[in-house]
Structure formats: C-alpha cells, structure tokens
Design a protein around this ligand. Structure first.
Ligand code: CP
Ligand code: NVA
Length: 316
C-alpha cells in the first residue's frame, strides 16, 4: 500500500505534510472510491480489519461524524462516537488520563473541539494517530475533500483561481494552508475588519511567494470573482461564536452573498463549493446552492473517501 510511510503520524494540520504526501493521500482517496464503486467491498474491509477508532466531538456534526464512522466501517474498522459530557471529562478527569486510557483501547482518535492546542495535547499523550476533525483554527479533513472534489471536476489543481467568502475561521485557514501548496490562487472576499490568524496568513504568504500564486483579501466580491474557477462559500457565523455577534456579522457580510449574478461573473464553467452546513439567503442564494454550478454533495461525499485514505495511510 502506501508509497509514503506515514504510519503512526497525526493529522492535525496539513502544514505537517509535504505536497507529495498530500498528493499521495488524494490518490489513495480516488483509489478507495473506485474500489468501492467497482464492488470491491471485501478488499476494502481488509485495509483496517480489526482496528478501533474513537471519535470525541465537542461540537455538533453531520458530515464529519458520519463520514468517519462509515469510512471506518467500509475499511473494516469499528468506531465509537463520544460526546465529552458522557465521559468523566465532564467531571474534571484530565486530558492526560483520558488520552492515555483511550490510547490503550483504540488505534486512532478523531477529535473535534475548540482549541487547536487541545488536539495537540491529546497527540502528546497518545502513541496512536490523532486526527483533527475541526478546531476553531483548522479543518484539515475538509480541505482534503475539497481538493479531491476540485481535482475530479477540473482535472487539475495547479493554476486554478478560487474565491472564498464566509467566516475567516477554520475552513478558510485550512484553505490558506493548502491553496498555495497546490498552485491555486486564493482570493478571500470579506468585509473590512475580518482577518485570518496572523500565523496562518504568514505561512500562506510564504508558500504563495515561493510557488508564485496569489493569496489576497479583497473587500468587493464582484471584483474578486472575475475569472474565478471556484467560488467557495461558508457560513458567516461559525460554531462557538458569541450569539451577540450574529446580527453584526449578518450586516457586515450581506454584500458578499453569492447570487446567480455573482456566479455569472466567474468563468463559464465555474463551480460552487460549500463545506456545509449552508444557510440559504445568507452566504448564498437557494438558486446557487441548488443550481448548475453546485458540487456541494460530491464535496460532502468526498469527506468519506479522503478520511478513509487518511486513516488507511496513518493507522498502523
Ligand atoms: N463540513 C463539516 O465539517 O460538516 P459537519 O459540521 O456537519 O461535520
Ligand atoms: N466554519 C464553520 C464550519 C463548519 C464545518 C464552523 O466552524 O461552524
């Protein structure tokens, strides 16, 4: 199997991986997907036969939770989904004890939480791989599925132009980390006053200048979308953000709604992407997300295949 030996490594940020390693995961995703559709379910089940995967989620999830559990099952592994309020964590049991104990039972931990440092803390105590299923800072599994979807739809990654609009948060940060590495120009269309984390922006800028790609923030969506191959929208208000910010964000982001008129200013064959969940009437109109441009369900399906590949590559 793997041409790259990544066994035992964590998947906390794509910044820990080279383009070649990420390409390898994307190739493996396509291979696993093809095997499934060719009816090779039995061969797939041998890949992680007998392994056990823990999922610990502090925030709600439809796609990530289900795609990981189904990917595990298709590869022959057993998975258990846990909310922290069901564990002794809720009574103050420290991460060091929880992590060490889970490491004795499971072959990998998939974790969704707030602080990136919490994921890193689990990884410090666990010998087996820890996989980031979304933090406030990053959503690396999401962007792997996004890259696979773009590659399937456009036949390449290098030289494409993506416009992102929505909360400058986990998904946006992870796109900033991968776009320049894969030769994609990334234009962020956002109101003034919304900026990425400086550390992530610096990383993206360094990669963009080394690889000769564009990475910039533009405050006018009409200007941003000209010549775009991909328009990527996300919620204006991420999980865990204070309720009181909601109205202000709605006001600030209102001029950035992706409408059919906006899509028509991009390239003729431009695609519309969204990590989901989507809020019709906010970040895009119903006509866009349900229209001819939209690839959002293929994108959601690809969560399963890229996560399957991440687990197959990393879990010993
Ligand atoms: N895109 C994504 O991570 O969706 P969920 O929050 O439903 O997992
Ligand atoms: N930025 C969104 C993404 C959800 C997948 C959030 O954190 O809520």
């Amino acid at each position: 199997m793997p041409a790259f030996n990544m066994k035992g490594r964590d998947f906390i940020t794509t910044r820990d991986f080279t383009r070649e390693e990420l390409d390898f995961i994307l190739d493996l995703s396509s291979q696993l997907k093809s095997m499934f559709y060719a009816g090779m379910r039995k061969s797939l089940r041998e890949i992680l036969d007998g392994r056990n995967i823990a999922l610990l989620f502090k925030k709600p999830s439809t796609r990530t939770r289900n795609s990981f559990q189904i990917a595990a099952s298709r590869l022959g592994a057993f998975s258990v989904y846990m909310r922290p309020d069901e564990l002794q964590l809720a009574r103050g049991e420290p991460i060091i004890d929880t992590a060490n104990v889970l490491d004795r039972y499971y072959d990998a931990l998939v974790i969704r939480t707030f602080e990136q440092s919490e994921v890193e803390e689990y990884a410090r105590y666990m010998k087996n791989p820890v996989i980031n299923a979304l933090t406030d800072e990053e959503h690396p599994c999401q962007v792997m599925a996004d890259l696979l979807t773009i590659r399937e739809k456009k036949g390449r990654l290098d030289g494409l132009r993506m416009v992102y609009t929505g909360d400058i948060w986990n998904v946006c940060h992870s796109l900033i980390t991968v776009a320049p590495v894969f030769g994609i120009d990334l234009i962020i269309a956002a109101p003034r006053g919304y900026e990425p984390l400086p550390e992530i922006w610096k990383y993206g800028q360094e990669k963009a200048s080394r690889n000769g790609t564009r990475l910039e923030i533009i405050h006018d969506i009409k200007e941003a979308v000209r010549g775009a191959d991909i328009i990527y929208a996300n919620t204006w208000w991420s999980m865990g953000k204070p309720e009181m910010d909601k109205e202000k964000r709605k006001e600030d982001f209102k001029p950035f709604t992706v409408t059919a008129e906006i899509m028509n200013q991009a390239k003729e064959d431009a695609i519309f992407m969204h990590c989901l969940p989507a809020y019709r009437g906010n970040e895009m109109t119903t006509e866009v997300i349900e229209g001819r441009w939209s690839v959002v369900y293929d994108q959601a399906e690809n969560r399963l295949w890229t996560e399957a590949a991440i687990m197959a590559a990393l879990i010993p």
